[in-house]
Design a protein around this ligand. Structure first.
Ligand code: FES
Length: 574
């Protein structure tokens, strides 16, 4: 690209007589304190920052953005930071999933409406990674992603703690009377010791690894601990790379190809990553014009073993994974299933990107002949209870439950479940199948992470730690158990889950990939005819927009009007 070919040239121009608008843009840039020689003729790099005081996973990104900008200046670009919505998994209610598409929309429109030649996208807490990449893919600008990085490992009484995973574990210990308030207080201080996203292979680590596998980060970027000085160096290098991408006009559409998404799926499955990645990768691929489906996940799952020995499916944490070789080392063990000739933002080919990578610790990143599990970590289920599919992270479930028939105990909503789950009058046993409905994309609303339904306290005290649980909800990537998730279509729109009754037998058969409600088709049809739709959650506002346009889990929960193909015209900037 020549300077006059840069997109930002439409705003700034080169000549004083270019027009009133150009004159105004230049005057206002001087108002910002910049000399013309500091910005004219240079690629404008938008630094989209999801920093916020309320988001502990991104709290270091305000400082880290300075390193990104340093890199942009050093490479001869002009950095401009844009604060964008923060999606804090911990604090945003009812769930940040409700707002993923809002951040995606904001990202796309910012990149399109301002003088942007390239972008650095900064995020990591769960939905922020897909949201930023969905928006940037739709805007189709040259862009590089800066993962927020995992927090340091947790510690308590000599034990190494994993965020999320150990929270669930010790909360069950509290409910079963094994620990008290004093221990909980110590755990509160020890679980999350530094800025950064969850340091297990939860949704954040899974999605940032997927971003690296897609080829939109620097090599090895996704696992650098948030507070490591290497993270700051990576941020500066990303700023430099963004300038180069802008000059080369290397748009995301050249990188985010079907091959890239298939490699991201293989990576997520071989990591034993979060089930949330299924929804997000389908949505991201949709923005790239790639029709990724649940069947792609199931097909690829059968070709890759789980090699990452990281919690919740394994033993170690993200810092161990990083020093064991990180994603480049990990990918070096999957070269037979990857598309090595495709480009990445940092290299001409993925082969170059992982060239020379090695595994330093074969206990953390296992060799192919000694996997953590012989098949990828997520299975896709079909059957009369989930005609459009459901998923289960079978490697995080007790093996004896993977083939199971039991009587359903049905909860109409999560509040009722919370209120009544410990009531012995419900007659729940270890063989029961807990069913939660109205927790899907529209019914939740926002498809909250309710999917690891709590086990009744009296069963916990008997030592029961896993049961078959079924819902149209999602599950935190740090959770575990025989939890069937993402049942589609969801109950709120009249999917079969809406018609299950307590006492019905339900059969889960993971090896056969089936989930069945053991009632006749005629009976199911009769119940369907009797069903009345629940009332709408919203009459106005963003919620109403969401409710009207969100798609089902099997198609990624994007907004239909954002997912569909079509031209969006460039604004007239001159
Ligand atoms: Fe942000 Fe877990 S709470 S990644």
């Amino acid at each position: 690209m020549r300077p006059e070919e840069l997109r930002s040239h439409q705003w700034y121009g080169e000549s004083l007589s270019s027009g009133l608008r150009t004159f105004s843009h230049r005057a206002r840039t001087r108002q910002l304190g910049y000399l013309p020689q500091e910005h004219l003729g240079k690629p404008v790099v938008a630094v989209l920052n999801t920093w916020s005081d309320i988001n502990p996973c991104h709290v270091h990104l305000r400082e880290r953005a300075q390193a990104v900008k340093r890199g942009v200046w050093q490479a001869g670009g002009f950095p401009l930071e844009f604060p964008v919505s923060t999606l804090s998994e911990t604090f945003q209610k009812p769930t940040p999933m409700l707002y993923r598409n809002l951040l995606a929309l904001e990202t796309e429109e910012l990149l399109r409406s301002y003088p942007v030649d390239g972008a650095v996208l900064m995020g990591g807490c769960d939905k922020s990674t897909p949201a930023l990449l969905m928006g940037a893919a739709s805007a189709d600008v040259p862009a590089v992603f800066v993962p927020a990085g995992p927090m340091l490992p947790g510690h308590w009484r000599g034990e190494v703690l994993g965020s999320g995973t150990d929270m669930w574990k010790y909360w069950d210990d509290k409910r079963s009377g094994l620990i008290g308030d004093c221990e909980l207080s110590g755990l509160e201080s020890g679980l999350a010791r530094s800025p950064g996203h969850c340091m297990t292979m939860g949704t954040a680590s899974t999605l940032t690894a997927a971003a690296e596998a897609l080829g939109v980060t620097l090599p090895g970027a996704s696992s650098i601990p948030a507070v490591d000085s290497g993270h700051e160096r990576m941020a500066a290098a990303a700023g430099m790379l963004a300038v180069d991408l802008a000059w080369r006009d290397l748009r995301l559409s050249r990188v985010l190809t079907r091959e890239a998404y298939e490699d991201a799926v293989a990576t997520v499955l071989a990591l034993g990553g979060s089930t949330n990645a299924v929804i997000h990768l389908i949505a991201m691929a949709g923005r790239s014009g790639v029709a990724l489906s649940l069947d792609d996940f199931d097909r690829i799952a059968r070709t890759v073993p789980v090699l990452a020995n990281v919690r919740p499916g394994g033993t170690y944490l993200m810092e161990d994974f990083h020093f064991a070789g990180g994603l480049p080392g990990f990918l070096s063990r999957l070269t037979d299933v990857l598309h090595l000739a495709r480009p990445t933002v940092a290299h001409a080919t993925l082969r170059e990107q992982i060239d020379g990578a090695r595994v330093e610790d074969p206990e953390v990143i296992r060799p192919r002949e000694r996997p953590v599990a012989p098949e990828g970590g997520v299975a896709v289920l079909r059957g009369n209870l989930c005609p459009d599919g459901a998923v289960i992270k079978h490697i995080a479930a007790e093996p004896h439950l993977l083939r199971h028939t039991g009587p359903a105990v049905v909860f109409d909503d999560y509040r009722t479940l919370q209120r009544t789950i410990d009531d012995p009058a419900l007659g729940i046993t270890a063989d029961s199948v807990l069913v939660l409905r109205n927790a899907g994309p529209k019914g939740g609303p926002g498809m909250p992470e309710y999917g690891m339904l709590p086990i009744p306290e009296y069963l916990l005290k008997q030592g029961v730690r896993d049961m078959v649980r079924i819902s149209d909800a999602r599950m935190s990537g740090t959770s575990y158990g025989a939890c069937v998730l993402h049942v589609a279509p969801e109950s709120y729109v009249g999917g079969p889950l809406a018609h299950v009754r307590s006492g019905d037998l339900v059969t889960l058969d993971v090896p056969a990939r089936t989930l069945r409600l053991e009632v006749t088709d005629e009976e199911l049809e009769r119940r369907r005819a009797e069903w009345t739709p629940p009332p709408a959650h919203w009459e106005r506002g963003y919620g109403a927009l969401y409710q009207e346009h969100v798609t089902q889990a099997d198609t990624g929960c994007d907004f239909a009007f954002l997912a569909r193909p079509g031209t969006v015209h460039e604004p007239n900037a001159g």
